[in-house]
Design a protein around this ligand. Sequence first.
Ligand SMILES: Nc1ncnc2c1ncn2[C@@H]1O[C@H](COP(=O)(O)OP(=O)(O)OP(=O)(O)O)[C@@H](O)[C@H]1O
Ligand SMILES: [Mg+2]
Length: 257
Amino acid sequence: MKLEIKDLWASIDGQMILKGVNLTVPAGEFHAIMGPNGNGKSTLVKVIAGAPEYTVERGEVLYDGQNVLEMEPDERARKGLYLAFQYPVEIPGVTVANFLRLAIQARTGQEVQFMEFYAKLQKALAILDWDESWVNRYLNQGFSGGEKKRNEILQMLMLEPGFALMDETDSGLDIDALKVVANGVNAMRSANFSALMITHYNRLLEFIVPDMVHIMVDGRIVKSGDKELAIELEANGYEPIKLIAAQHPAPDFNAAD
Ligand SMILES: Nc1ncnc2c1ncn2[C@@H]1O[C@H](COP(=O)(O)OP(=O)(O)OP(=O)(O)O)[C@@H](O)[C@H]1O
Ligand SMILES: [Mg+2]
């Protein structure tokens, strides 16, 4: 599904972090966001997820034409938004399998049929080259960094969202796990699915080829391009882009319209 972020401004503790983000991911496309540390990438994910500590000052996020920011956080998931955080939380006492079943139930509003669930699970585990015993583990408890990330892709494959926003899903993955995770994301490619991936390195984008790459500096997108932009960044670093961003600072919130 198409996701449109329009002039999004958001703050935390009186500090403006997002300063007019504009970004559209058409249905069927994969886009990437890159950018230096501490410039608002994870904030964007948390604001779209409806994290209560952030204040949306202005703007909208349209998913399939509906304003996500007006929905309750659980409604966002039910509508088919999948948001994977930079630091996945541990849920003691809930197994991966039970969590998946409950999450699918919440998403579809229907009782999950065991055989159907099991068949889908087998397929997803096969894509991820993962042993079935994993689903009996407690969610994220004691999972290694890479296992947490792989588990996020398992959740995505099972939930079949219309849009996924992934924050550094590649961080901490070894080279084999990176390919496995990329396989999972690539398996989702369809006309009804779109994704936005936050990453620091081009490595992920060699396996999941993005339709567009956007650079975020100081809470807004300062440059967009095709996959070559990520290669260029790897070669030149952010200094040239920071210079461009400094020459075109964010407008004053109160002065902008
Ligand atoms: N409670 C807060 N008060 C003030 N500033 C905050 C608060 N929480 C986060 N920030 C700041 O918001 C900015 C954006 O943080 P964010 O996590 O979105 O960065 P990021 O682009 O995801 O960075 P990274 O690449 O390191 O993950 C940072 O400068 C951070 O310190
Ligand atoms: Mg971050």
